[in-house]
Design a protein around this ligand. Structure first.
Ligand SMILES: O=P(O)(O)O[C@@H]1C[C@H](O)[C@@H](CO)O1
Length: 294
């Protein structure tokens, strides 16, 4: 299996080689890095002065294969701000090692990004959330991390960040405030929630008992990605904004004859993609106006 983990991308020199290759393809010097979740690659279509590079052309870059992920990155201007947009991510459940899962995050740092915007498709567990709503991530519960599966496991690369980083206020409060204001300006504040994302290993969806447990623990939405990238971004000193598109309602009762599936996730993200992309681009505009990316 070509996507099987080699987990050998912890080498700073290899990451620098990748970053140098990308910088050699464009004049754009990104201040913000964006990771697009399932079905959300359309954010990259909003870029002007765009240069797109398929992951297959980038040395050492892992090739993700999940449907809904394009497998390319685009550099360009979003609302006049230089950004790099990763249209496709590698998931741990695909067999990638953590150094591959967070490679895009570390590369955006080496490209010069100060802020990471990380997005995903997620199941809505809080009953107030409907399919098509968004959730600004306030904090996370990382079930892999709690058991020691971390992108920071292994010898620490001091050129990236410290051995023992704090994750307090991981999802930047100032950026969340700007995002809430954007929701009001778009008159979608009733569809934009703020809450706790639980990260599970996947690729199976959750059992009813697991979901009941997670709800008792204060979880609002569930996903299979994002938190590892957020940890790696904090480790290397970037500010983090996370946002989920709610693509399915979690099934919390037995015998309903309903069950989650990836086709439903992709369909819902297709339907919500335009609004989601507009929300993210207005957020980038807000960050520029507040000089957060200076
Ligand atoms: O890449 P994300 O986290 O958006 O993708 C979600 C999680 C699984 O890959 C898939 C489940 O339907 O969508």
């Amino acid at each position: 299996m070509s996507s099987e983990s080699t987990d050998n991308l912890n080498s700073y020199e290899k990451m620098q080689e990748i970053a140098d290759f990308i910088l050699g393809q464009t004049e754009i010097r990104p201040r913000i890095g964006i990771i697009c979740g399932s079905g959300l690659s359309g954010i990259g279509d909003l870029l002007s002065e765009k240069r797109t590079i398929p992951y297959t052309e980038i040395p050492h870059f892992p090739k993700c294969k999940v449907s809904g992920h394009r497998g390319e990155l685009s550099l360009g201007l979003l609302e006049g701000v230089p950004v790099v947009c990763f249209q496709g991510r590698c998931h741990y459940y695909e067999g990638f090692g953590m150094s591959e899962v967070v490679l895009a995050t570390r590369i955006m740092k080496l490209l010069g990004a100060k802020i990471m915007i990380v997005t995903n498709a997620a199941g809505g567990l809080n009953p107030s959330m409907k399919v098509g709503d968004m959730m600004i991530i306030k904090d996370h519960l990382n079930f892999l991390g709690l058991s020691g599966i971390s992108p920071l496991r292994g010898s620490n690369e001091d050129r990236l960040g410290p051995r023992f980083p704090s994750l307090t206020d991981l999802y930047d409060g100032g950026i969340r405030q700007i995002a809430r204001a954007v929701a009001v300006s778009m008159n979608i504040q009733h569809e934009v929630h703020e809450g706790i994302l639980a990260a599970l290993g996947g690729p199976s969806y959750e059992t009813v008992a697991e979901l009941k447990f997670l709800r008792l623990a204060g979880v609002d939405a569930v996903g299979m990605s994002t938190v590892h990238e957020a940890i790696a971004a904090r480790h290397c000193g970037m500010l983090v904004f996370g946002c989920s598109l709610i693509t399915n309602e979690c099934i919390v009762e037995y015998g309903t004859n309903r069950e989650p599936n990836h086709e439903e996730v992709i369909e819902a993200s297709k339907n919500g993609a335009n609004k989601f992309a507009t929300f993210i681009s207005k957020l980038v505009s807000g960050l520029r106006q507040q000089d957060t990316i200076a």
